[in-house]
Design a protein around this ligand. Structure first.
Ligand SMILES: Nc1ncnc2c1ncn2[C@@H]1O[C@H](COP(=O)(O)OP(=O)(O)OP(=O)(O)O)[C@@H](O)[C@H]1O
Ligand SMILES: [Mg+2]
Length: 221
């Protein structure tokens, strides 16, 4: 197993085949690193995260994820890889508000048709405890504050212990206090050698990163 979880070399992507949104993206992410990516609105940050997260294809270049070479034309066959290696956190939480906290956290197992074992329930309870959600675990997420919702979303992202968590503006809807709490939990993941790639507009969050990049004219600088 190599030290890096992500290696990208000269990744190019366009949506229309004409103008490249990603022009030449090259970078690596080591295990346990907290990487922050900034960039103007429309610069391609979500596009890059979608490619990293095997949610969208790229046109050319080389992408290795956890020692596995990703072939862009096969990206829609990578659902197993996605479910084992990646956790996603989004600005708008993407929870099912009519379900309880625990049912939301267990969704990845339901989607992938995997059994929910007693070990998984134990792990979930440990996460709920450390995220200060154990008391409200049976509440529907509709009733939660933004900060609580994002904690549930992070819990769901890490329930399968993925080596990489991808977060697109996870604090975009949160006040300062909840931002600090959520970043604290993301930062803690990296101590257990999970890598985190986070996109944010908030330059105040750069101090938490091990390395940060600006996405500018289709390149990470
Ligand atoms: N599915 C798509 N089809 C065509 N064009 C797209 C698609 N998704 C994004 N784009 C275009 O690609 C460019 C980059 O979009 P992207 O969402 O990656 O930017 P972003 O940096 O995440 O912006 P923001 O900070 O506003 O979230 C934009 O010009 C956008 O309009
Ligand atoms: Mg975006």
């Amino acid at each position: 197993m190599s030290d890096n979880i992500v290696q990208m070399d000269h990744i190019q992507k366009s949506y229309d085949g004409v103008a490249n949104i990603l022009e030449d993206v090259s970078f690596t992410v080591n295990r346990g690193e907290f990487i922050v990516i900034r960039g103007a609105s429309g610069s391609g940050k979500s596009t890059l995260l979608n490619v990293l997260g095997l949610l969208d294809a790229f046109d050319s270049g080389y992408y290795k994820l956890n020692d596995f070479s990703i072939e862009s034309d096969k990206f829609n066959r990578y659902s197993d890889l996605r479910s084992k290696l990646l956790g996603f956190v989004f600005q708008s939480y993407h929870l099912i508000d009519s379900l309880s906290i625990t049912d939301n956290i267990l969704l990845p197992f339901i989607y992938s048709d995997e059994y929910i074992t007693s070990e998984i329930i134990e792990r979930m309870n440990m996460i709920l405890e450390s995220f200060d959600l154990i008391e409200s675990k049976d509440k529907k997420t509709a009733l939660l504050s933004g900060g609580e919702k994002q904690r549930v979303a992070i819990a769901r992202a890490i329930i399968k212990s993925p080596p990489l968590v991808i977060a697109d503006e996870p604090t975009g809807n949160l006040d300062n206090e909840n931002t600090d709490v959520v970043i604290g939990y993301l930062k803690n993941l990296t101590k257990k050698s999970t890598s985190v790639i986070m996109v944010t507009h908030d330059t105040g969050l750069l101090k938490y990163s091990d390395r940060n990049y600006l996405l500018y004219e289709g390149r990470l600088v």
